[in-house]
Design a protein. Structure first.
Length: 178
């Protein structure tokens, strides 16, 4: 019998000072049985950074041909493809043929090795690549509850997150702008 995902409900008061976006998001997120809490929260932060009216979570790990997050136009055209983790350059190459814009957010302790091994291949692709601070993502993941209200304020390359369990900052660096 297959394990079912765990459902999390997160209400986010978002203030994106970079794009002048102020909104309240009500997210229902499925944590896949093989997914870590760190990966789920990296998805949430990536969602906040890129929020737009057409942005949605996909089936993610349950569907190999879909990104973790995407934005489709009203006519079904893929506007934005967002992958989390350390995808192979071949996967991102395919994504660049399917979507207008492609972004990758890595967050693991092995991100440096992944990037050094794939940087030349990624350099040939029209994709933006970012790396979250691993320790900060771990700190954020330690504050997760099944139902929670959080505040996310984005400024420059940093998100300040306040939860009932505490506060933390999640910063990122740009590895490549495609």
């Amino acid at each position: 019998m297959a394990l079912k995902p765990t459902i999390y409900k997160i209400r986010i008061s978002l203030s994106d000072l970079n794009r002048q976006v102020y909104d309240t998001l009500n997210l229902t997120i499925a944590l896949h049985p093989s997914e870590t809490m760190e990966r789920m929260m990296a998805r949430v932060i990536a969602f906040c950074i890129n929020v737009d009216e057409h942005l949605t979570f996909t089936k993610g790990l349950s569907e190999a041909d879909e990104p973790d997050i995407w934005a489709q136009s009203l006519n079904g055209e893929l506007q934005l493809w967002i992958d989390l983790g350390e995808p192979l350059p071949e996967r991102i190459k395919k994504a660049t043929h399917r979507a207008r814009a492609v972004k990758v957010y890595s967050f693991n302790s092995k991100s440096d090795v992944w990037w050094s091994q794939g940087q030349a291949e990624f350099g040939k692709l029209r994709a933006d690549v970012y790396r979250f601070n691993t320790e900060q993502i771990k700190q954020l993941a330690s504050m997760v509850e099944r139902t929670m209200d959080i505040s996310v304020t984005i400024s420059e390359q940093s998100a300040f997150v306040a939860t009932q369990a505490g506060e933390c900052e999640v910063s990122w660096v740009t590895l490549q702008e495609g």
